[in-house]
Write a new protein. Structure first.
Length: 466
């Protein structure tokens, strides 16, 4: 049997012939902003053609119109018609169809990732991290479910960027599913080309556990965040190994799927914390689930709550509904000393909504992404510049800042602040700001600036422009 014949035999499952009824959308559920892709007319035609491969030819004329409308209004084809009506959630395993327990268990995991109470943008199959999707569209979701129902314990389902390639013979000890997401040829491995590939329906960004179908929310990272904060205090603030962060102030941003662990981690470590978040719905989720202890849209109130707990040596986590740069400006103006500082906004996609410019509400951010993406990009860059400037000011007063692996420093660099990568001592009067990636130094392979006189064996750090 040839490879092509083997693949053809593996791809025998199709969607039902009849089109499902168009489902109603539940009010109050977060929706993804319109995604940018800069598609040509030929690209749009190809995207629709790619989506129609899942649909019986008898329905192509109708569905081509729906897909074109989605592409125009959302920037992507999600196939909303094929989303099951009502609330998705991880049901008891025995309520799922399947030929093996693994096939049923994986269906539980997928539906949990798309639960209204779990997912960031459930209707757009986005679980967390602004763009991390279970798969690209609801046709793929239905197909994957059908394959998992047919899967036996001697088969493996192969999925590529949400597209099920088919069931292949394996054995009982082999993986039941093999998944890849977002694989790009090196020459085209950049944000612009990926956005086009995603819009065409041939690439999916799965984050870590969205497209891997195993998301468990902030609980998956709270222990690591706790260890990072506590050890930052011990390594950089001189806190003894038998003590915690009591009486210390931690300030950061982001209360999404992974960043939502920051408040609870700070409390476990004994710190008083203020976490800025522009999306009040995310604050509501974290507050009702117990990840933060207080919530307010007032800079004065947020600061006072944190300072009162800090003075009493009691932990707290205050969710401030507003922009992190506004918070930093306020704290600096009031002379508040911040011991530890970080950032967990979705800076891997700052121009797609992962980072909100100063001066915009969350709703205005979403509207501007749709109406004026280039203007939005300029505001993001401006805010990143000022954000970094404020970090440098706090550093000069003794604050220790660390990049928590969210690409914040890369976003700052990409926005035009090239001095973020200057070497320690690389120019006269350069302050010794040590920005770190989690608990490890951020090392960039840059040549030593000429005339600096620095020992070439010296450690390379990241420093602000004086």
């Amino acid at each position: 049997m040839s490879v092509n014949e083997m693949i053809q035999d593996a791809m025998t499952i199709q969607l039902d012939y009849e089109l499902p009824e168009y489902p109603a959308f539940v009010e109050g559920i977060r929706r993804a902003p319109r995604r940018e892709s800069h598609m040509t007319e030929a690209d749009k035609a190809l995207a629709i053609k790619n989506a129609l491969r899942y649909i019986h030819p008898d329905h192509h004329e109708q569905m081509a119109k729906e897909f074109a409308q989605e592409l125009e209004t959302r920037g992507r084809i999600y196939g909303y018609r094929f989303r099951p009506a009502g609330k998705l959630y991880g049901k008891p395993i025995d309520e799922y169809k399947g030929s093996c327990i693994e096939g049923r268990a994986i269906q539980v995991m997928i539906d949990n990732n798309l639960d209204f109470d779990v997912a960031l943008y459930p209707y757009e199959l986005t679980t967390y991290g602004e763009t991390g999707q279970v798969c690209q569209n609801w046709m793929q979701y239905r197909l994957i479910k059908k394959y998992l129902e047919a899967l036996t314990d001697e088969q493996t389902l192969v999925v590529m960027s949400g597209h099920p390639l088919g069931l292949f013979h394996s054995h009982k000890l082999a993986p039941r599913v093999v998944i890849t997401n977002g694989l790009m040829v090196g020459t085209f491995d950049d944000q612009e080309h990926f956005n086009r590939a995603a819009a065409l329906g041939v690439a999916n960004y799965g984050q870590m556990t969205a497209g891997g179908w195993m998301y468990i929310g902030p609980q998956g990272i709270v222990h690591g965040t706790f260890n990072t904060l506590l050890n930052a205090g011990r390594l950089k603030l001189g806190i003894p190994k038998d003590k915690d962060l009591s009486g210390r102030l931690f300030v950061s941003a982001g209360l999404g799927g992974m960043s939502g662990a920051q408040g609870k981690a700070a409390m476990i470590a004994g710190a008083a914390a203020i976490i800025a978040e522009v999306d009040d719905s995310r604050i509501n989720t974290r507050y009702t689930q117990g990840w933060v202890s207080h919530r307010t849209a007032s800079l004065e109130e947020a600061t006072q709550i944190a300072l009162d707990h800090q003075e009493a040596g009691e932990p707290c986590a205050v969710a401030y509904n507003g922009n992190i740069v506004d918070l930093l400006e306020y704290l600096y103006e009031k002379g508040v000393h911040v011991d530890l500082m970080s950032d967990q906004t979705s800076c891997h996609v700052p121009y797609d909504g992962g980072y909100c410019p100063q001066g915009l509400t969350f709703a205005q951010r979403t509207e501007m992404l749709d109406k004026d993406p280039e203007g939005f990009r300029k505001l993001v860059d401006k805010t990143l510049h000022h954000h970094y400037e404020m970090i440098c000011k706090f550093h000069e007063k003794g604050t220790y800042f660390f990049d928590y692996g969210n690409s914040f420093l890369k976003a700052v660099y990409d926005s035009g602040v090239k001095s973020v990568c200057l070497l320690r001592g690389g120019y006269p009067g350069a302050p010794a700001l040590r920005l770190r990636l989690r608990s490890l130094p951020l090392v960039l392979p840059l040549p030593e600036p000429r005339g600096s006189g620095q020992d070439r064996r010296g450690r390379r750090g990241v420093h602000p422009h004086p």
